[in-house]
Design a protein. Structure first.
Length: 285
């Protein structure tokens, strides 16, 4: 892991770790999984999503045209619909066993698990829909205390993966926040220290940009630049950079991200994340 000793080190780490790296050409079946987790809203209920991010931009995988889901009911769900600590180990055991059975006995790729409303669903993409129902029966026979169900749907373009399983812009930013925070903590970085941090916004016109800038100033932000135009952001090219002093604790990063997204949406704009500045740095130079 890259060593982090200063604000500059941290900025370099963030830019490197959150950039879009080119995916080397390889056999689709041999793509190494990159699992990540986020919480979102699903039909009015909280949903915990564990998804293989490695397939983003690569899928659809050739011939994997069938979406296959195995659902089981959580025995004693919490009020939020998630599992309790007491039941977690058993659910993880069932998931591991289901993945083993499905991927070994059918040409399938495990892509996600979604927990919501007292249920846990494991999703696969398979080359064939034959025998999948029988595999659910095999899993269910090993765990008779649980109720199982399943679904099979043809989804050659992997629409469900892209539209329902992958994180949205907000969720992706929160995931990046958590990963960056964990790296800082692991390297002994002082996450409680207040540091100057630049936040980026984009709008469809200058009027909405000015209105947002006024709100940010009322929040105590310093406007670094409210007069630049980025034609690469086609739908919202009017850029705004604003800075505040904040710590790097995970709670703070989440609060700032939620607030910034909501503010940008209020003015029909986009929030494009944050960048750590060095003490005394002038972003206008």
């Amino acid at each position: 892991m890259q060593e982090i000793n200063s604000s500059e080190d941290l900025r370099n780490y963030i830019e490197f770790s959150t950039g879009m790296e080119e995916q080397q050409e390889q056999e689709q079946e041999e793509i190494e999984s990159q699992w990540d987790m986020y919480i979102t809203d699903l039909e009015g209920s909280k949903a915990l999503v564990l998804v293989d991010m490695a397939l983003s931009g690569i899928a659809p995988l050739m011939d994997y045209k069938f979406l296959f889901g195995i659902q089981l009911e959580i025995l004693n769900p919490e009020e939020d619909g998630f599992y309790s600590a007491d039941e977690q180990a058993k659910l993880f055991e069932i998931e591991d066993r289901a993945v083993e059975i499905v991927t070994k006995q059918s040409p399938s790729r495990f892509v996600a698990t979604v927990t919501s409303g007292g249920n846990r669903i494991m999703y696969f993409y398979s080359k064939s829909d034959e025998f999948l129902a029988a595999l659910v029966g095999q899993v269910a026979s090993e765990y008779p205390q649980y109720s199982f169900n399943y679904m099979i749907d043809k989804d050659g373009p992997w629409n469900f993966y892209y539209n329902a399983l992958l994180p949205g812009v907000l969720e992706q930013q929160l995931m990046d926040n958590r990963r960056i925070h964990d790296a800082m903590v692991a390297q002994g970085f002082d996450v409680k220290k207040l540091r100057p941090t630049c936040h980026w916004f984009y709008f469809e016109n200058g009027a909405k940009r000015r209105q947002c800038a006024v709100r940010l100033m009322a929040w105590g932000y310093e406007i670094l630049d409210d007069n630049f135009y980025d034609e690469e952001v086609v739908q919202a090219p009017f850029g705004l950079k604003a800075a505040c002093m904040q710590d790097m604790q995970l709670e703070t990063l989440f609060e700032k991200t939620y607030a910034s997204f909501e503010l940008a949406e209020e003015y029909e704009g986009l929030y494009d994340g944050w960048q750590l500045m060095d003490e005394g740095e002038n972003e206008n130079e």
